[in-house]
Design a protein around this ligand. Structure first.
Ligand code: HEC
Length: 186
């Protein structure tokens, strides 16, 4: 994690220079409410408008966590792309390999717990998603096209349910620690 430190600082600095500056300067910093209160020409008002329209439950994340989450998400979609492309070719080995990218593992579990620390129910949904994906590889090993498709659709249903329920809420380290009661910052 040491190598990501400069990036993390950069991300925090960028965030602080935008919507969170006023929160950082105020006596009781609450980044969560900063976008709504900061009237400024730098995009904070626009961000507050978006937050008001997007009524999904916020998942509090520090900038580096939010970026990691987005990278994970893009990888999840690539996994699904590879699974469907391989299935069309009946390339069972490739289906199995691609499914491994979204299967349950102790590392996945730890990551999901960290990401969901400030959002009730998020981690459960995330673990349910990985658990559903565990059914894809056995179906591929059985060379059962319908079963692979069924397991993949069942997995995608967990993706879309989470997307319908949660959105990112990016905040600085202090605000995140206050929200989650955690002090780990990755
Ligand atoms: C437990 C919750 C959860 C699950 C499960 C989940 N996602 Fe996401 N995903 C999110 C959140 C939260 C965002 C960020 C939304 C936002 O921008 O506020 C996101 C964003 C994304 C994005 C946009 C990334 C970007 O660059 O902004 C993609 C693509 C994506 N998810 C794909 C998937 C796919 C594919 C799956 C399933 C195979 C999946 N996700 C499962 C929570 C989830």
């Amino acid at each position: 994690m040491n190598s990501s430190r400069p990036l993390q600082l950069l991300a925090l600095t960028l965030a602080a220079s935008a919507c969170q500056r006023s929160a950082a300067e105020s006596p009781a910093p609450h980044a969560a409410s900063a976008p709504a209160t900061a009237a400024s020409p730098d995009g904070c008002a626009a961000a507050a408008q978006l937050a008001a329209m997007d009524t999904r439950k916020p998942v509090p994340l520090q900038p580096m966590m939010a970026w990691h989450q987005k990278q994970n998400m893009m990888e999840h979609l690539v996994a699904i792309q590879r699974i469907t492309a391989a299935l069309a070719q009946q390339d069972w080995d490739e289906v199995t390999k691609a499914a491994a990218l979204i299967e349950s593992s102790p590392q996945m579990q730890q990551m999901c717990q960290h990401m969901g620390a400030g959002a009730e129910g998020f981690t459960d949904l995330a673990l349910e998603f990985h658990h559903r994906a565990d059914a894809i590889a056995p179906a591929a090993r059985a060379q059962d096209t319908a079963a692979v498709l069924t397991a993949t659709a069942h997995t995608l249903e967990a993706c879309t349910r989470c997307h319908a329920t949660y959105r990112q809420q990016v905040m600085d380290a202090q605000a995140w620690e206050a929200k989650t009661g955690s002090s780990l910052a990755h």
